[in-house]
Ligand binder design. Structure first.
Ligand code: ATP
Ligand code: MG
Length: 611
């Protein structure tokens, strides 16, 4: 916030208004007072002049009305008038003329203008007085020295009330105006003094008013920085003090609200941070404003780098939605963000509305559904595979049975062959259903292993022996088994099934005269069992897939060989149930080795003591 310049501050405004008001008051009072004073002084002045004129008029009227015989015993009118005038002091009345009814000056008290005696006067006021026979006066400027003078013309009457002469007088008003000016000067000085005193007082008063305001201003500044710890001082109980009190209340409320908001924010951010789902919030234009860590992790980018990006661009949705507002109707959708690897996310969109139901933003909740989708996909594939595998033997059975019903049953040669095919297919179906059942039980953990401490080498020999006896193809079994006892904790029936599966595959895919090598190696804590053949081998990229359900590397061939692709899947489950691992190594066209591990049991303490 800028510092308020002095001339714009409230303090200066107070002082200026204060002085202006005072000035106006002084002006009004002063001018009224001066006007009244001037009028009063003028009245007094005029009264004193009038008194003297009245006396003079009386004397002159006598002179005018006197009988003047020609014997010279009585002085002439002019002489007598001149005598009367000579008795008058000319301190206040500077200039007196006595004029006869023909406007001729017959005497003057001023020796300097004796030359006008006998001349006609041109004065308007004299003419008016002669004409109207009433006294006239006026205040006018002396054209010579520019001083104000009082001029009066008073008619002199004879006994018959006829105007016989005029007393014309001029008197300087400088005495009166000098007095007015003096008072004016005193008033001005007084005003200046009053103004200076009140300016100082004004500053002090304005200070006391603005001080709390300044304090509130600086407090507001502190509050703007988020610091609500300080309070303003309250001086007294006036409006400003009440404002200060309200200000403090506001401060307290704001502090409380801020604390609540902060708490809510912390709650929200900890909820967002601990959510496993990704959350992205945008403004109404779709620009990302908030993104939690989970969303960043899902997408593999730093959430802070994505603030300000457009949500539609970011989720590759620009093709599906022209505008962000279209999202509000989309609900939830699966978005494919696969790059090198399959990556599917589920996004649920919702809108943020204000009180007027206007959209102010969007929220997208993201979760990784790659695994679920994969499982779902596998389930669909599985169902389709099962149906397919069951349909093939059933179709065969039906066609053979149809042929038999159509009359082949009477054919001595064909009927037994047909029935044997039906039997084979039924067996195959039973095998398949059994395999499926076993897998399903394993999936549901509805089985338990019948563990026994077993000498694995001996057990392996027995399995191979049994298979060797039954073998029909020209295949050579080569045993590279150590001549030692290794004890393993296993379910013999299930392990027999495992070895049967692996060895039957080896036999199935071996060429005429191929050698199958059985090897067992001791490793730290476990045995490594391998069954190696010289068969067709498995393409490198399918090494892991052969353990999937219904997977067959070469469908045409394996079907001919009678497999459904469940053998190795069951085998893998069983090996894992024995806490082992299974994998395949193969060179295409040269042969395959299936390897698995089995954890070794610790040697019995009793035996160790003996040895
Ligand atoms: P099932 O065992 O259910 O009768 P299957 O033998 O076809 O049928 P798996 O044992 O699971 O099924 O084997 C899966 C696939 O792996 C086979 O179809 C085959 O393509 C391939 N495979 C398995 N063992 C070998 C091997 N020793 N040599 C070459 N290919 C093999
Ligand atoms: Mg098999």
């Amino acid at each position: 916030m800028n510092k308020v310049r002095f001339f714009r501050s409230i303090q200066s405004k107070f002082i200026i208004i204060y002085i202006l008001l005072l000035l106006i008051a002084i002006q009004v009072i002063g001018s009224y007072f001066i006007r009244e004073l001037e009028a009063e002084l003028l009245d007094t002045f005029k009264e004193s002049i009038n008194d003297r004129v009245d006396l003079l008029n009386y004397n002159l009227a006598q002179a005018f009305n006197r009988e003047r015989p020609d014997d010279g015993s009585v002085p002439t009118l002019e002489e007598e008038v001149q005598n009367v005038l000579s008795d008058i002091d000319n301190v206040t009345i500077s200039h007196i003329q006595v004029i006869n009814s023909q406007s001729r000056v017959i005497a003057t008290n001023d020796f300097s203008d004796q030359y006008i005696v006998g001349k006609k006067t041109t004065s308007d006021i004299v003419q008016k007085t002669l004409l109207f026979a009433t006294p006239h006066d006026e205040v006018k400027l002396n054209p010579v020295d520019e001083q104000r003078i009082f001029v009066k013309a008073d008619p002199i009457f004879d006994e018959a009330e006829n105007v016989v002469g005029i007393i014309y007088l001029e008197s300087s008003l400088e005495g009166v105006y000098g007095q007015v000016q003096k008072v004016n000067k005193i008033l001005l000085q007084g005003s200046l003094l009053a103004l200076s005193v009140s300016a100082i007082l004004g500053i002090l008063v304005a200070r006391t008013i603005t001080k709390p305001i300044m304090e509130m201003r600086s407090q507001a500044k502190t509050m703007a920085t988020g610091d609500f710890s300080q309070r303003v001082n309250v001086y007294g109980t006036d409006e400003i003090s009440q404002l200060a009190e309200t200000f403090n209340e506001l401060n307290d409320r704001l502090r409380h609200s801020m604390a609540t908001i902060e708490k809510e924010q912390n709650k929200l951010s900890s909820v967002l941070a601990n959510m496993s789902e990704g959350v992205i919030a945008t403004d109404q234009t779709g620009q990302i404003t908030l993104m939690n860590e989970a969303a960043g992790q899902l997408i593999g980018k730093n959430p802070r780098d994505l603030i300000g990006e457009n949500l539609l661009d970011f989720l590759n949705l620009e093709d599906q939605f022209d505008e962000i507002t279209a999202l509000q109707h989309s609900g939830s959708m699966i978005i494919d963000l696969s790059g090198d690897e399959t990556f599917l996310i589920q996004a649920s969109f919702s809108t943020i509305l204000d009180e007027d139901d206007q959209i102010t933003g969007f929220i997208a909740v993201l979760s990784d559904v790659t695994k679920q989708e994969k499982v779902e996909q596998e389930r669909r594939e599985f169902v389709s595979n099962v149906s397919h595998e069951l349909r093939t033997p059933l179709t065969t059975i039906r066609s053979y049975i149809e042929a038999l019903t159509d009359g082949t049953w009477q054919d001595q040669d064909l009927a037994p062959r047909f029935l044997s095919v039906v039997q084979d297919e039924t067996d195959r179906m039973i095998r398949l259903v059994n395999d499926l059942l076993q897998l399903s039980r394993m999936d549901n953990k509805e089985y338990s292993l019948n563990h026994k401490r077993t000498d694995f080498i001996n057990f392996f020999h027995n399995v191979i022996d049994r298979l060797e006896v039954n073998i029909q193809e020209n295949i050579i079994f080569n045993r590279e088994l150590p001549n030692k006892r290794y004890y393993v904790w296993l379910d013999e029936d299930r392990m027999t099934q495992v070895l049967d599966n692996i060895i039957s595959n080896a036999i199935k895919y071996s060429p005429e005269g191929g050698i199958i090598t059985f090897r067992v190696e001791y490793r730290r804590n476990h045995l490594l069992v391998s069954i190696k053949d010289q068969g067709i081998g498995i393409p490198y990229e399918m090494r892991e897939k052969i353990f999937d359900r219904f997977y067959r590397a070469d469908k045409a061939r394996t079907r001919k060989l009678g497999g459904s692709g469940l053998g190795l899947a069951i085998t893998k489950e069983l090996i894992e149930a024995h806490h082992g691992k299974i994998w395949a190594e193969s060179i295409e066209g040269k042969g395959t080795t299936i390897l698995f591990t089995l954890p070794l049991m610790k040697q019995k303490p009793k035996r160790r003591r003996k040895s």
